[in-house]
Design a protein around this ligand. Sequence first.
Ligand code: SAM
Length: 304
Amino acid sequence: MAKPFLKWAGGKRQLLPTIQQHLPPQLATGEIQHYIEPFVGGGALLWAIAPQFPHLQRGILDLNPELIVAYTTLQRDVEALIADLETLQGHYFSLTPGQQPQYYYQIRAQFNQQRAGFDFHTYNPPWIQRTAMLIFLNRTCFNGLFRVNSKGEFNVPVGRYKNPKICDRLNLTEVSQVLQSTRIESGDFSQIEAGIKPNSFVYFDPPYRPLNITASFNAYASQGFDEQDQIRLKELCDRLHHQGILFMVSNSDPHNTNPDDHFFDDLYGDYRIIRIPATRMINSKARKRGPISELLIMNYGDRP
Ligand SMILES: C[S@@+](CC[C@H](N)C(=O)[O-])C[C@H]1O[C@@H](n2cnc3c(N)ncnc32)[C@H](O)[C@@H]1O
């Protein structure tokens, strides 16, 4: 089974078993023919359901152009990508642990310099090199995160890994296989509405509404996603619902920090909302980590 090739903020790997339990039964019966994931990020659910429901036509989208460059490269040129990544990996491992950080910062600088003037719209050979650098940085940076500053520069410091798996050939090949029958689009989530087929299931995993100020790290790729966007997403869900399209939305549960905050219970009052256990950082202080709940919202199944 393919798995995420990037570590991504908000990745859903931990919650996968619970999310899978709540998928619509029409996936298994074959009634649903299309799977759409408009905030794809690292795509945890995408990879998990691909072997389970191989008949599905898939469509993914994200606002972050770096992700779209990477997904498209994996779809089109996985062998060339693996070759580039093996070169980066070979160089990294030829260095002493004392020299490796310097190499990391060199690749990071190259990645940032390339950004200005980079053609993020039309697939071309530099996309392969850029994807190799993105995966290399993601595997060797601190915490394996993608974070950019206000100028759009990737600014994560080097991580401390003894033996990072930089080029996972087998997984990249499997990822590429899944992407062969996956449509990849760049842009705002609302774009999925045009041309969506009635027998579709859409999984929305938007940037979470922050639980409090200190946990407000939801400015993915410097794209803030505010309450107006959460409302815009719900309005899209309403329109999909009226077309008979099935959807699932995940989000943070405001009750973790404020039992009187009914933002999502009110917003999605017409739909089925369940609270599932998750472990995630509420507060930057480690002692505040612990079991919390997250929301799954669906327009199918029995309401509790
Ligand atoms: C919570 S992450 C998704 C995590 C993903 N499910 C995973 O398992 O890795 C949210 C994603 O939404 C993207 N995003 C933010 N604003 C968006 C928008 N308006 N339209 C589409 N994608 C957006 C971000 O770039 C990010 O990749």
